[in-house]
Design a protein around this ligand. Structure first.
Ligand SMILES: Cc1ncc(CN)c(N)n1
Length: 220
């Protein structure tokens, strides 16, 4: 079993819950209140700024050029790729960049990014990768599960862009690169170090679940 497979196996129950949350169900069937989505978009925009910093620290911690290039490349993918989805929705929802950037970060969001940044500052490149992977892979999992249940969800006039972005081939290819690096970095890892990676990945998977609940309740 690869390291990535082990991480996914350990968190299966948590991941199975994502598509059962009212927020994700609302994206899937198109019934989600736009006000809730607006709240989520702003919080996620702020989240991605800190998430990108985790890759920046990963770049500094990388022990070889391949890993360094991957972490560094992802900074661009997030800021100028994934965040295009956010910018497009922000335009449709009438949210100015300044408004988003001045919005206070909700506590669950702050707790999640603070944890990832702590792992990044204190630990090594594979641990940084364990903190990143849940975020990267879970959205592909969620979007593809939505499409399996609602095959036209990617055509929905409002939520379609979100679903198609995270179910896209390019998002999947980026995720494959991350998973491959994780598997390579941990080939010679001891059982103790592997279990530590599982613990980090599990914490982040729980934070992902909390983020969906936070968005549904529009918590501050
Ligand atoms: C909270 C969260 N988790 C994951 C993703 C997908 N990269 C995201 N945009 N936001």
């Amino acid at each position: 079993m690869t390291m990535t497979e082990r991480l996914l196996e350990a968190t299966k129950e948590i991941w199975d819950g994502y598509n059962e949350t009212p927020f994700v169900k609302g994206i899937a069937d198109g019934s989600l209140d736009h006000e809730k989505f607006k709240y989520y978009m702003i919080q996620d925009y702020l989240y991605l700024l800190d998430y990108t910093k985790v890759f920046s620290i990963g770049t500094a911690k990388a022990k070889n050029l391949d890993a360094m290039r991957l972490f560094a490349g992802y900074i661009h993918s997030i800021l100028d790729g994934e965040m295009d989805i956010h910018r497009a929705y922000m335009m449709r929802l009438g949210i100015a960049k300044e408004e988003a950037e001045q919005t206070p970060v909700a506590l669950d969001n702050l707790s999640y990014t603070s944890y990832m940044l702590r792992v990044a500052y204190e630990e090594g490149e594979a641990e940084v990768m364990a903190a990143i992977l849940s975020c990267a892979l879970s959205y592909e999992f969620i979007a593809k599960k939505i499409l399996a249940e609602y095959p036209a969800a990617d055509k929905h006039e409002f939520y379609g862009e979100w679903v198609s972005g995270y179910a896209s081939d390019s998002y999947h290819e980026d995720n494959e690169v991350l998973s491959d690096l994780m598997n390579r970095l941990t080939e010679d890892y001891s059982e103790k170090r592997k279990q530590h990676l599982v613990d980090i990945f599990t914490a982040c998977s729980r934070y992902e679940a909390a983020f969906w609940d936070m968005a549904w309740e529009m918590r501050q």
